[in-house]
Design a protein around this ligand. Structure first.
Ligand code: C2E
Ligand code: MG
Ligand code: MG
Ligand code: MG
Length: 292
């Protein structure tokens, strides 16, 4: 009857929930182990100056190099890290590793770079981000002005007073602040004006259909103009074609990232790209650092 069927459905549902919960717990504990055993990696995607075509920075993007599964993308584990609290140690590792690598590149005589690091909403609101950032800078000696933290618009839209306080603490350290995936959230112009922000990163969603989409053209043009009127740098994410690049450059967009220049690269490959750029400038490339 209906009752028995209902119970059967409940049991099935319950089983499925338990299964999902078990998988989450397993992933969470594997992730903790991955951090302590050094299985996380940072990949670096070049950030290019539109006017000169030169690489002036990189966004650090985390990957999990699992001995069995291979390279696991952040989409598979950041959400679990966020809800379980593992985002605390994970985020600390990411900021410290980016600063360590950045300082190593400086010591090797490579051109000055800005390194951008992602901060997810719970990491921003619930961990001691300013404390962890200050510690990473102090331990590595990486200059604060070369570090940029990317916060999503969504994170800034909740608990706006606390968010502003955290941004001010970070700003006091001397780091740069960027709004990631800009245009997908609901930040008001009034709020933007009051936040100590340096960069707007236009979400890839507004870039991918350029130049054909009239709506996206209007939106990206407006973001660039608004950013500039507030004194901010504007970076376009996910630039894949010359046509997209040309149309953004015409509109005065400052920087871009995207497959057109390069996919995110392991540190050694990114370093090779920088050396090739320095070489093509006619400047002598610094000697290759001895490998560890
Ligand atoms: P995001 O910060 O918006 O990073 C941009 C994503 O777009 C990256 O994916 C990058 O590989 C991808 N991308 C870059 N250029 C192109 C392009 O031309 N075309 C296309 N189709 N995609 C492009 P990824 O590395 O898989 O990272 C996904 C998201 O995971 C990031 O989005 C960020 O929100 C999060 N994430 C990555 N690393 C970290 C981290 O260290 N900490 C935290 N909290 N989140 C991270
Ligand atoms: Mg980002
Ligand atoms: Mg983004
Ligand atoms: Mg995005």
């Amino acid at each position: 009857g209906a009752k028995a069927q209902g119970r059967g459905a409940w049991c099935f549902f319950h089983e499925a929930m338990t299964q999902a919960a078990r998988e989450r717990l397993a992933l969470e504990s594997r992730l903790r182990t991955a951090i302590t055993q050094g299985h996380l990696r940072l990949y670096y995607q070049p950030q290019v100056d539109m006017a000169s075509g030169r690489i002036v920075g990189a966004e650090a993007l985390v990957r999990w190099q699992d001995p069995q599964e291979g390279l696991i993308p952040p989409a598979r584990f950041i959400a679990v890290a966020e809800t379980s609290g593992v985002i605390g140690p994970l985020g600390e590792w990411v900021v410290r590793e980016a600063c360590r690598q950045g300082q190593q590149w400086r010591a090797a005589g490579l051109p000055d770079l800005t390194l951008a690091v992602n901060v997810s909403p719970r990491q921003f609101h619930l961990t001691d981000l300013a404390g962890a950032t200050a510690a990473a800078l102090a331990e590595t000696g990486f200059p604060p002005s070369r570090l940029e933290l990317e916060i999503t618009e969504t994170a800034l839209a909740e608990r706006t007073e606390d968010a502003r306080t955290t941004l001010l603490r970070l700003r006091a350290l001397g780091v740069r602040l960027a709004i990631d995936d800009f245009g997908t959230g609901y930040s008001s112009l009034g709020q933007l004006k009051q936040l100590p922000i340096d960069v707007l990163k236009i979400d890839r969603g507004f870039i991918q259909d350029l130049p054909a989409s009239a709506d996206d053209l209007a939106i990206s043009t407006a973001i660039i103009a608004m950013g500039h009127s507030l004194g901010l740098d504007v970076l376009a994410e996910g630039v894949e074609t010359e046509a997209q690049l040309a149309c953004l450059r015409e509109r005065g967009c400052d920087h871009y990232q995207g497959y057109l220049c390069s996919r995110p690269l392991p540190a050694e490959a990114f370093e090779a790209l920088l050396r090739a750029q320095a070489h093509s400038d006619g400047r002598p490339a610094p000697p290759t650092a001895p490998s560890a």
